[in-house]
Design a protein around this ligand. Structure first.
Ligand SMILES: Nc1ncnc2c1ncn2[C@@H]1O[C@H](COP(=O)(O)OP(=O)(O)O)[C@@H](O)[C@H]1O
Ligand SMILES: [Mg+2]
Length: 261
C-alpha cells in the first residue's frame, strides 16, 4: 500500500491505574487506504475502543505512532469524525441546530452551516424533522442525526465505535444500508468497530480480528463479497463460509477473554 490515509504503526497502550498497569493494546499495526471501509471485530474488553480513541487523538499511544496522511496524530484530530453508541446529541437543540453545531468551531458562516446541515439531514433521510427535538425521535432517528452532525463537519475519516449496537435488529440493518450508501456517495474512509461479525461482513472491504487483551491483530480478511450488499447476502454460501472462518478465530479469543475476568 503506497499512501494509506491512516497508518497505525506498532502501537501499544498501557493504562496506568491505581492497581497497576492495564495493557490494553500491544503492537497493533494497520494501514487503511483512501475510501476503504475497515471493520475491527473482537471480544468485549479486547482494546477496540482504545485503538479507535488513539486514531481520533483522544488518547496517546504508549509506544508506536499513528499517521494521518503521513502526519503523526498528536491531539484531537478534526479530520476524523467519531460516532458512538450513545448519540451524544444536545437535547435542548433541534435536529437542525444539533447538526449545524459542530461546524461552528470551524469559522464557517451561519448561513453556510445551516445550508450544509439541511443537506446532510436530507442525506440521512430526515427531511421534515429539522425542527424536532432529539427526545421526540426514535433511537434510529437519533443515530441518523448524530451521523449527519459528524458528516456536516466534512471529516476525511469516519470512526465508528459500535454505533448501531443499541438499536433493534431491524433498525440496525437499515442504518447499515444507510451508512453504506452515504459512504459510497461521499467516498469516505471508514474505521468501524463492532462485535457483530454479520455487521462487519456487510460493511467492510477488509476485516480485522483482534486477539483477547492485550489487543493485537490476530488476522485480517479481505472481504470480496459482491456489492451492493443487501441483507439477503447473509443467506449466501460465500457469506456463510467467510463468517465461519472469522467466527472460528473470534470464538477462541472470546473464550480467552472470558477467563481473564
Ligand atoms: N481509561 C482507562 N483506564 C484504565 N483502563 C482502561 C481505560 N480504558 C480502557 N481500559 C481497559 O482497557 C481494556 C480495553 O478496553 P476497551 O478498548 O474499551 O475495550 P473494547 O472496546 O474492546 O471493549 C479493558 O480492560 C479496559 O478496562
Ligand atoms: Mg468498546
Amino acid at each position: 500500500m503506497n499512501n494509506p490515509v491512516i497508518r497505525v504503526e506498532l502501537v501499544s497502550k498501557t493504562f496506568r491505574t491505581r492497581k497497576g498497569g492495564v495493557e490494553a493494546v500491544r503492537d497493533f499495526s494497520l494501514d487503511i487506504e483512501r475510501g476503504e471501509v475497515v471493520c475491527v471485530v473482537g471480544a468485549s474488553g479486547c482494546g477496540k475502543s482504545t485503538v479507535l480513541n488513539m486514531v481520533a487523538g483522544f488518547i496517546r499511544p504508549t509506544t508506536g505512532k499513528i499517521l494521518l496522511d503521513g502526519e503523526e496524530i498528536k491531539g484531537i484530530e478534526p479530520r476524523c469524525g467519531m460516532i458512538f453508541q450513545s448519540y451524544a446529541l444536545f437535547p435542548w437543540l433541534t435536529v437542525l441546530d444539533n447538526v449545524a453545531f459542530g461546524s461552528r468551531m470551524k469559522g464557517v458562516s451561519r448561513k453556510e452551516r445551516y445550508r450544509c446541515a439541511r443537506r446532510w439531514i436530507g442525506l440521512v433521510g430526515l427531511r421534515g424533522f429539522e425542527d424536532a427535538y432529539p427526545g421526540e425521535l426514535s433511537g434510529g432517528m437519533q443515530q441518523r442525526v448524530a451521523l449527519s452532525r459528524v458528516l456536516a463537519n466534512e471529516p476525511q475519516v469516519l470512526l465508528c465505535d459500535e454505533p448501531f449496537a443499541a438499536l433493534d435488529a431491524m433498525t440496525r440493518q437499515i442504518m447499515q444500508q444507510e451508512l453504506l450508501r452515504i459512504v459510497r456517495e461521499s467516498s469516505k474512509t471508514v474505521l468501524f468497530i463492532t462485535h457483530s461479525i454479520d455487521e462487519a461482513l456487510i460493511l467492510s472491504d477488509r476485516l480485522v480480528v483482534m486477539s483477547a487483551r492485550p489487543g493485537m491483530v490476530k488476522a485480517t480478511f479481505d472481504n470480496d463479497l459482491p456489492r451492493p450488499r443487501h441483507m439477503d447476502i447473509q443467506l449466501t454460501e460465500d457469506f456463510l463460509r467467510l463468517k465461519r472462518r472469522v467466527w472460528e478465530l473470534v470464538q477462541k479469543e472470546v473464550v480467552k477473554s472470558m477467563s481473564q475476568k
